[in-house]
Write a protein that binds this ligand. Sequence first.
Ligand code: FES
Length: 98
Amino acid sequence: MTALRIADGFRRGPAVTFDVDGMAIRAHAGETLAAALLAAGITRLRRSPREGAPRGAYCFMGVCQECVVRVDGALRQSCQVPVEDGLVVELKGSLVHE
Ligand code: FES
């Protein structure tokens, strides 16, 4: 998996770890879940309902709904969820493992 984080030049929040379909993903407090997933190289979050096309975060401000994932059992816009230790994220139907 490709790491996309900028190496240095600013301060980050404390390290946190959350689960994505059984994979431990490291991030930093203060990031949104969508940003943390993107930084971990996970860009395909779900499939479109009609054609099954891969979808991923687009607007990063809660408008487009393209970033919806299941977080701790509930569908949430990942760009509106602050990442925290122990979150459980399900991307069933995504292309992450393909
Ligand atoms: S990326 Fe558009 S609502 Fe989250």
